[in-house]
Ligand binder design. Structure first.
Ligand SMILES: [Zn+2]
Length: 105
């Protein structure tokens, strides 16, 4: 996968983190071509999920508007899944020419 697939233009911290994650996956696969890419990708996703959840711990102020959408575990999970869904649907790789329903949409 090429990091250019997701990042044209000037890098924000978001862009840099996304690019570094893709680059890390590619480096891991280059270093171990026999590795299962699904396992490497799931490991990257696992790390990203843990990092994301850690970043969204509420500050402790029950009236904090910034933390409202992540104020409990279920809210955090829903926010995480919403963000994952948006990223997946925006991905160049979301649809594949080898999809079982390709050409039937
Ligand atoms: Zn807060």
């Amino acid at each position: 996968m090429s990091s250019e697939d997701i990042l044209p233009g000037n890098e924000t911290p978001f862009d840099e983190a996304a690019r570094e994650a893709v680059d890390l996956g590619n480096r891991l696969m280059d270093a171990n071509p026999e590795a299962d890419p699904w396992e490497v990708a799931s490991g990257l996703l696992s790390g990203a999920v843990h990092f994301w959840l850690h970043s969204r711990q509420p500050c402790g102020d029950p009236n904090c508007e910034s933390c409202l959408s992540v104020s409990d575990a279920q809210s955090r999970l829903m926010a995480l899944l919403d963000e994952c869904k948006a990223e997946a649907e925006a991905s160049f790789y979301y649809h594949s020419p080898t999809d079982s329903n390709a050409g039937h949409a």
